[in-house]
Design a protein around this ligand. Structure first.
Ligand SMILES: CC(C)(COP(=O)(O)OP(=O)(O)OC[C@H]1O[C@@H](n2cnc3c(N)ncnc32)[C@H](O)[C@@H]1OP(=O)(O)O)[C@@H](O)C(=O)NCCC(=O)NCCS
Length: 141
């Protein structure tokens, strides 16, 4: 299978948003926020694709101090073939070019082992969030 990887651009937005929607990663109101996110963080979000079909993706931002990964997902039938690992590696390569010293992810407990296998260390700190819009509960990682 010839899976390719590249940065998500604003032109990819309709298809990429549809991909994230299929995996319940975004709410309907998020299109404009996602456009702003991509605009502010060029090159950092990546997608895996096969011909015209998106089979995996991850969003990433860098605030100048730290990188933040979110919404990593690989289409179910394409999992366990190294796509998730390669998406993370592609993002890390971009962060390193920017001189970013560390990258975080807030993941669901069932993905803890996977992130540990990718070299992420679990911290003892509690993660707090204050929802400014209650519609975003359950959509935050
Ligand atoms: C987590 C996820 C992205 C992994 O993607 P993937 O393409 O299947 O992962 P990879 O094939 O790159 O996995 C790399 C390694 O992890 C292993 N692995 C895969 N899934 C694993 C799991 N659930 N737990 C532990 N290890 C796992 C693979 O065997 C592989 O090991 P190897 O390097 O020794 O061969 C994918 O399972 C997924 O999309 N899950 C749902 C995502 C989700 O719900 N996200 C919510 C937002 S955080």
């Amino acid at each position: 299978m010839n899976i390719k990887f590249r940065s998500v651009t604003e032109d990819d937005l309709p298809q990429f948003k549809a991909f994230l929607d299929e995996h319940n990663m975004l709410s309907d109101s998020d299109y404009e926020r996602l456009r702003i996110f991509l605009h502010k963080n060029p090159l950092l979000s990546k997608m895996a694709y096969l011909d015209d079909k998106i089979v995996g993706g991850v969003l990433c931002s860098y605030d100048g101090l730290r990188g933040h990964l979110l919404k990593l997902v690989v289409e179910e039938e394409y999992r366990k073939q190294g796509i998730g690992k390669k998406l993370i590696a592609e993002v890390i390569m971009e962060l390193e070019k920017l001189g970013c010293p560390e990258v975080t992810i807030n993941c669901r407990p069932f993905l803890q082992n996977w992130y540990a296998s990718q070299g992420f260390e679990k911290l003892d700190y509690m993660f707090y969030i204050k929802y400014l819009n209650s519609d975003h509960k359950d959509q935050s990682c």
